[in-house]
Design a binder for this molecule. Structure first.
Ligand code: AVI
Length: 326
């Protein structure tokens, strides 16, 4: 694939070139892996919407319950501490859960602006249209781009205190050291007194966790295989999807829930000019969904320089949203 060269010899990769490079790097590694961030093309977004409705996928329902039943408690520290503020949501998606909190804050007649941040332009456009209809009077300013670039931009737009939402156990898709670095970077981009509300999936009965990533209807399998479909469509590969199976695992000690694609036979796959051999039963690691114990979450707060303020569990204690202060 041709790479674009700019003045002074700097190389700037397009999104497609980066995708290609990361796929080639992952499949050239031992053991093979593919980055889960590439699950989310239009088909992947639709499949993830279906996953969130599955009876086995408890995460969304548990966090939704927290936002519905504990709205007042979630809002209390914010209303006590700030006169005016901004609410930023990283990876806002359809903002279903945050809508409950935003409606409560809006009804409290506080002066605030909601800044949904997402890498999808489409998501931002939809939220800018929809949110004021859901919550009349809500001020919405969508920011389309990289989380930290957009966070910095939000300070250019207003220097009010921030509440940053990072919900849905998105933090679980980072390795533990990556999560720590991400939270340190988040801390670096905030001002003293700012707050973050982060959704963590907690360690629980391993069977309940595994079932969430191995649903009976096969939606999670389709979601995992869609990554190969995307590589076929966008990078001209020739993966045969019927020759790979979905295999999730959960380690109750480490809390790592990992999904793999298993090659069902010895086979050769071509991506552009590259060719890759897969042996029968060879795994390709595609996703980490890390689960945390409460003590591990507190440690993470400390290592990233945040002060824990409050914890909001659902009624089963399966999911927690933690409020930390910078
Ligand atoms: C987006 N993320 C938090 C989901 C998770 O649970 O790791 C993605 C997902 N993968 C399989 N099912 C859902």
């Amino acid at each position: 694939m041709a790479i674009h060269r700019h003045q002074a010899g700097t190389v700037e990769l397009t999104a497609k070139e980066r995708f290609y490079r990361e796929v080639i790097h992952g499949l050239s590694s031992t053991p093979k892996y593919l980055p889960s961030k590439y699950f989310y093309d239009a088909a992947g977004d639709r499949l993830f919407q279906q996953i969130m409705q599955l009876p086995e996928y408890y995460l969304t329902r548990c966090e939704h319950e927290i936002f519905v039943k504990q709205t007042k408690a979630l809002a209390a520290p914010l209303l006590q501490q700030f006169e005016t503020f901004d609410v930023l949501e990283l990876g806002a998606g359809d903002a279903t859960k945050s809508t409950h909190l935003l409606r409560y804050l809006n009804d409290s007649a506080k002066d605030f602006t909601y800044y949904p941040i997402d890498i999808s332009e489409n998501v931002i456009r939809l939220l800018e249209n929809e949110m004021p209809q859901r919550i009349p009077g809500l001020e919405v300013h969508g920011l389309n781009g990289d989380y930290f670039d957009m966070l910095a931009k939000s300070y250019d737009l207003s220097n009010r205190n921030k509440l940053v939402l990072f919900l849905g156990s998105n933090i679980g898709n980072f390795k533990r050291d990556e999560a720590e670095r991400f939270l340190q970077a988040l801390n670096y981009h905030l001002q003293p007194g700012d707050m973050v509300l982060i959704g963590f999936d907690v360690k629980k009965n391993p069977k309940d966790i595994l079932a969430a990533y191995n649903d009976d209807s096969g939606v999670t399998k389709a979601f995992n295989l869609n990554l190969l479909k995307r590589i076929n469509c966008e990078l001209g590969a020739d993966f045969n999807l019927t020759k790979f199976d979905h295999y999730p695992t959960y380690n109750p000690i480490s809390g790592a829930c990992k999904s793999y694609l298993i090659s069902l036979q010895n086979q050769q796959v071509t991506i552009g000019e590259e060719s890759f051999s897969f042996y029968k039963n060879e795994p390709v690691w595609t996703e980490l969904s890390q689960k945390y114990a409460e003590r591990e979450i507190d440690e993470l707060a400390m290592r990233a320089g945040f002060k824990p303020i409050a914890k909001y569990y659902d009624s089963k204690d399966w999911f927690v949203d933690v409020l930390w202060e910078r």
